[in-house]
Design a protein around this ligand. Structure first.
Ligand code: NAD
Length: 497
């Protein structure tokens, strides 16, 4: 029996019947486990209408009450995070501990948003002119759209919606059609937490559904996360329709290892950050830049660790799960063939892996290339799978230059014990998130997440102060309480006195 997954509109599961549906797979078995309804333009219209209707009273709900709802949601999600993690593993394939980790990182943003009273405070200047005060306030936008990728079905939506809702907006979320169930659990939890119906809605689907959101006149903003070509399309289309857009995009994250680094630590972290979640993370390390004096030793240390990784069903305590779909697995495997054909040294080949799982699963084992050249597709392209490339460089400067010349600028890391080199690195590297002896530098919720160059379209990062700014609009009020002595005509431009 396959499950039916449908939309969540105005506080309940959609009662209609969809013209189009999509298959949802269990990647560890390769079997279809569910059918997800695809929203038509009309169904998206229903969700936006529900969100629009819910907006006036939610934006006027007191900060105290909104805070209570946020806290209640935090408690419910924390208590039921295992259930969300299980839904993620069943549809995405990542191992359970990793799925739990993503829910925990999403919870951090909920906790950040619980401080909405503080986050939404404006400024006040008394007596800017005689008897005149000026104050600033930030107000919600209205209906906001969120479009999220398959690789973090709970955390990425939670980069946005806790802040959006705390600020008084109402939400229409369009999660990835590949793993839609986590968002349905989150919707039910919001309702249990006391969020009024219509404040949080979920529509599923593909391009038709996304386009309907991008073009809808009542949607004020779009927060998108996904691949670079789609992000560019979302940014261009959304802004053309007058919306505020933040579109977080693809990545190719480099880890620069200097000769003075602790090579065991660097090798451990290269393996963890390269193969965790089967490389399907926008902050995964996919390139190790090894300074050539230590490159042989580092490659040997990485290679000796790889056979210890257990690939298999994420519910069986393995280290690495399957890829999300058969098509994606085949695409990643085609990059391994391309790297070999281009002349890179295939140190560990992940094709035909030994797995603890069903034969029909979308398996690909960890793969390591050495002597990768910068014109090879395994270096230039985002592969988004368990394929790690080692590029040998002569110096710190050559490594830094390569990172700065790459199209993407999401995350990067340096491994060194030299504080001066680390400082120069963070100062000069053209990348949004930087790790110093930390391989996956995902910022905590009270800082903001986002890349540079082709890793972000728009200028606002997710969560933290930038997130609050994105989901609110500023006003400045200049006020004077009338005193008859201030009357009289004066056509001059207002100045302070
Ligand atoms: P994707 O671009 O295929 O899909 C993202 C979203 O866009 C999904 O909801 C999908 O349904 C929708 N979509 C797909 N094709 C579309 C089209 N033609 N028109 C309109 N909408 C469309 O991305 P994905 O494969 O789900 O996720 C992986 C990508 O996301 C990788 O490139 C990864 O780097 C990126 N990502 C980036 C970040 C970041 O913060 N920069 C975080 C996570 C993932």
């Amino acid at each position: 029996m396959t499950a039916r997954i449908t939309h969540w509109i105005n506080g309940s599961a959609w009662a209609g019947s969809a013209e189009r549906t999509g298959d949802v797979f269990d990647p560890a078995t390769g079997q279809v486990s569910g059918k997800v309804d695809f929203a038509s333009r009309a169904t998206v219209g229903e969700a936006v209408a529900a969100a629009k209707a819910a907006f006036p009273s939610w934006r006027d709900t007191s900060l105290t009450r909104r805070t209570q709802v946020l806290f209640a949601f935090r408690e419910i999600l924390n208590a039921r995070k295992g259930e969300v993690a299980a839904a993620i593993t069943a549809e995405h394939g990542k191992v359970l501990s990793d799925a739990l980790g993503e829910v925990t990182r999403g919870l951090e943003v909920v906790e950040f948003a619980c401080g909405l009273g503080h986050l939404l405070k404006g400024g006040f200047s008394e007596q800017v002119s005689t008897g005149v005060d000026v104050y600033s306030i930030r107000q919600p936008l209205g209906v906001v759209g969120i479009i999220s990728p398959f690789n973090f079905p709970a955390m990425v939506p939670m980069w946005f919606f806790p802040v959006a809702i705390a600020a008084g907006n109402t939400v229409v979320l369009k999660p990835s059609e590949k793993d839609p169930s986590a968002s349905m659990l989150l919707a039910q939890m919001w309702q249990e937490a006391g969020l009024p119906d219509g404040v949080f809605n979920v529509v599923h689907g593909d391009k038709e559904c996304v386009d309907a959101l991008l073009e809808h006149p009542d949607v004020q903003s779009i927060s998108f996360v996904g691949s670079t070509p789609i992000a560019k399309y979302i940014y261009e289309t959304g802004t053309k329709h007058g919306k505020r857009v933040q579109a977080l995009a693809g990545a190719k994250n480099h880890m620069l290892v200097l000769p003075d680094a602790d090579l065991d630590l660097a090798a451990d972290q290269a393996v963890n950050a390269g193969f965790g979640s089967a490389g399907e993370r926008c902050m995964a390390i996919s390139v190790v830049l090894a300074v050539d004096t230590i490159a042989d030793e580092l490659v040997a240390k990485i290679a000796e660790r790889m056979p210890k990784l257990r690939t298999g069903d994420g519910r069986r305590g393995c280290d690495m799960g399957p890829l999300v779909t058969g098509a994606h697995r085949d695409r990643v495997a085609s990059y391994i063939a391309a790297g070999e054909a281009a002349g890179a040294t295939l140190v560990v080949d992940g094709r035909n892996p030994v797995v603890d799982g069903e034969p029909g699963g979308f398996w690909l084992g960890p793969t390591l290339f050495d002597h990768v050249q910068t014109d090879m597709s395994i270096y230039t392209d985002e592969i988004f799978g368990p394929v790690l490339s080692v590029v040998r460089v002569h110096s710190f400067d050559e490594g830094l230059d390569l990172i700065n010349r790459h199209e993407y600028g999401n995350g990067t890391a340096i491994f060194t014990n030299d504080g001066g080199a680390a400082r120069r690195f963070h100062n000069e590297v053209q990348v949004g998130m930087i790790g110093i002896n930390v391989p996956i530098p995902v910022p905590v919720a009270y800082y903001s997440f986002g890349g540079w160059k082709s890793s972000l379209f728009g200028d606002t990062h997710a969560h933290g102060v930038e997130g609050v700014h994105f989901f609110t609009r500023g006003k400045v009020v200049t006020s004077r309480w009338l005193d008859p002595s201030h009357g009289g005509l004066n056509l001059g431009f207002p100045t302070q006195s």
